[in-house]
Design a protein around this ligand. Structure first.
Ligand SMILES: [Zn+2]
Length: 320
């Protein structure tokens, strides 16, 4: 079993919150020793910028600069720990790194607002190695509208620039991530994207009625276009406000299989992107076998587990 985790906020935690430690030694849920222990094949590292922090200090342009600092940081870390980890820009890179016994680090951006209406930034990010972009976080941006408890916002979709972004991401070969999107944005992306779309870190709304989660209709539609969703470990998206429980994780995976089929579920832990959990049954990535065991106990075959752990994500990486 080789793990591909499509979402962690470890770069943000290291650089913006803790301001200490590095990929080898830190107080985070994702670190090189943890990943080696569990046999991580690829870890997606999100460059996340919190817009509110920059709202009156440079806004999205400043966020764009900060994302470049995060990219540079991950590259320096990959150089420093080159015998353990290497940046991967293609599916072939991931295979090559795995053969060399290295973990692949995949660069992603969580907040498409950093484009601030400039398409050339998307090309610059691609050139820097970014291979997935979460179109928005929890704020409206130049691309479209975010998930919301307000129906009026939830109905709003892509803006004209957002439609162009979707097309250009298809063209470049960058994964389009609809986690955090409004329902309207979700449906617009599916309408305009010619390639599979991912929800890198979202769960099932019918088990946990949070707007960040996917309705059954959305799961079916995403699965129909060859897309996937990464299971998110954040309690409020699983079903418990202060706890991240393995039982609930397993229930969401089973529901994803029931509604979206065996090719649908993947992993997108959201590690280091949340706190406030009194109970964290999988405190770091090295303890992922707890979920593996829970799913096996519920009758999930090893073949299916391999798909969840990384097979389904690899398929989308190849398709995009
Ligand atoms: Zn997120």
């Amino acid at each position: 079993m080789k793990l591909i985790d499509m979402h962690c906020d470890t770069l943000w935690k290291l650089m913006d919150l803790d301001k200490s430690g590095d990929l080898m030694k830190n107080g985070c849920s994702v670190a090189i020793p943890h990943m080696k222990e569990v046999g991580t094949k690829a870890q997606f590292f999100a460059c996340f910028t919190y817009y509110k922090e920059y709202e009156n200090a440079g806004g999205y342009d400043k966020c764009y600069e900060h994302v470049h600092e995060m990219i540079a940081y991950l590259k320096r870390q990959a150089e420093e720990y080159h015998s353990d980890i290497a940046i991967a820009k293609t599916y072939a890179d991931i295979q090559k790194n795995a053969e060399a016994g290295k973990i692949s680090a995949v660069l992603t951006v969580e907040e498409g607002g950093i484009l601030n209406g400039e398409m050339k930034r998307l090309e610059e990010l691609y050139a820097e190695g970014v291979r997935l972009m979460t179109l928005m976080w929890n704020y409206e941006n130049c691309i479209g509208y975010p998930n919301s408890k307000e129906i009026a916002v939830m109905r709003q979709g892509l803006k004209p620039f957002g439609v162009e972004v979707v097309r250009w991401m298809n063209e470049l070969g960058m994964m389009i991530d609809v986690s955090h999107a409004s329902d309207g944005t979700f449906w617009d992306v599916l309408r305009y994207s010619a390639k599979p779309v991912v929800a890198s870190h979202s769960n099932c709304r019918s088990l946990c009625g949070h707007p960040r989660n996917l309705s059954d209709e959305m799961i079916r539609a995403l699965a129909d276009v060859g897309g996937i969703a990464g299971l998110n470990f954040y309690g409020p998206f699983l079903g418990s406000p202060n706890a991240s429980k393995v039982d609930e994780m397993a229930a969401h995976v089973l529901h994803m299989i029931r509604v979206g089929g065996s090719e649908f579920p993947a992993i997108g832990t959201d590690f280091d992107g949340f706190d406030g959990m009194d109970v964290l049954e999988i405190p770091d990535v090295s303890k992922m076998e707890r979920l593996w065991d829970a799913l096996k106990k519920r009758g999930i075959s090893e073949r299916q587990l391999d798909k969840i752990w990384g097979g389904n994500a690899e398929r989308v990486l190849m398709d995009v």
